[in-house]
Design a protein around this ligand. Sequence first.
Ligand code: NAP
Length: 496
Amino acid sequence: MICVSIGRGRHRMFRAEMEHLAEKGAQLLELRLDYLKGRVSLNRLIDNRPCPVIITVRRPQDGGRFSGTEEQRRVLLRSAIVAGVEYVDLEEDAARAIPRFGKTKRIVSYHDFRRTPEDLEEIHARLAALDADIVKIATMANHPHDNVRMLQLVQQAKVPTVGLCMGDIGTPSRVLAGKFGAPFTYATFHHERTLAPGQLSYDEMTRVYHYDQIGPETEVYGVIADPVGHSLSPLIHNTAFRAQGLNKVYLPFRVPPDDLAEFLQSDVEALGVRGLSVTIPHKERVTSYLDYMDPGVEGTGAANTIVWEDGQRKGFNTDIRAALESLEVHMRSRGGSAKDLKGRTALILGAGGVAKAIAYALTQLRMNVVISGRTLGRAEELADLFGCGVVEWERRHEVECDLLVNCTPVGMHPKVDETPYRRSALRPEMIVFDTVYNPENTLLIKDAKETECHTITGVDMFVRQAAAQFKLFTGQQAPAKLMLRTLKSATSAVKY
Ligand code: NAP
């Protein structure tokens, strides 16, 4: 079950959100009375309420906004109990001062906005002893391992426990709460109005993560990155899992570099992780932890996918496959094949992770590859690895190429009016491949189309690498068209 927290300044807005959420299927609402401005009229909020509620009146020291006295706060909490609300949220001291009455259930809560304390078990025991129906512990995650400690606490607790880690490192604990036996998780009304750091919206919890279908048997997948905030992979993979009726969920794991070893060697097992997408800054470092590497990983020293199989960590590079497939499909649409590119010249802009995958792919096709990067040393390093040519960034337009591949982020949202390559240097019949996928129609792609070049977009490549990951994760063919539609509508490149 998902409990949606509402905090509004006016009673009318509170009621409107309550009705709206109940209509959308919410089963439990937390009313944060500390957000109300002026005199609180409890009856206006709870009379004829559309679904069960938790009444919470949080003080500033516990992350709330209540500005009255502690006596006034306790009067409010007591009134809610007398009025027979389903739950009240009582912090440790309030739980001691306010006795059980009637049918109202007691959530005894604890918050730490700085860290996840070492003595979680003792804190839990203290709260549980305060006549708690539910214990709630919310702490800041500073390491991915904090999620593991919190979820194990939830799983082992004798009293029903909601244990959540805050912050973006803590997001997995919110989504996996049900898998580990929590009676509910918390979400917010709208993703732009979070009431606690790292909280997801009700819409994301239901539409992206399908929270109510996550249980003890649900297999866990995800993307590791740092930062991970705006990854579209959870949306695409969860949509695909759902469409195929698979009991799997895909999460964003923010893993700082110093936590990578612990995450891969122990956290994944505790969380039930079966497969991961890997992105910046981990693609190269993860290779030290692999028991098997596919030829692309061997060739580039970078993996973007890890699958746990037969007790082994297996690494794959689906970026390379995706780039080759994008070129193959493109060349076939012109009556040829990617092999026809042999001996032709390709210019790669950028020398980072994607450039490495593309350079490897193009040398497999035996193209003559030239790399141009803003940082010459980095471009030279990459060129040395695969025996490519190098050209200074300022002279990139002088290379006569048949294929141009943008592997820099130039042109990406929000700087959509930028391009890494001057339009006047484009020539008709050139193939222009932009790996940027948000937006799909970058300025470079628009310029290329207007110059009558052939184009391949980052969306083509992104969906192909995600579809290849899906196959590795599930053994099944990916619903690629659905993944494509999902990505396009998420990036608003094309409205369906
Ligand atoms: P990365 O490792 O950080 O490399 C980025 C490269 O771009 C570096 O060489 C960097 O130069 C260069 N660069 C950055 N800003 C630049 C600028 N303003 N002007 C010129 N060069 C600039 O990143 P990555 O993982 O390779 O990703 C690069 C882009 O590929 C992403 O932004 C994304 O749009 C795209 N991508 C696409 C897919 C797909 O499947 N379609 C997948 C992943 C990524 P320095 O070395 O000087 O910093």
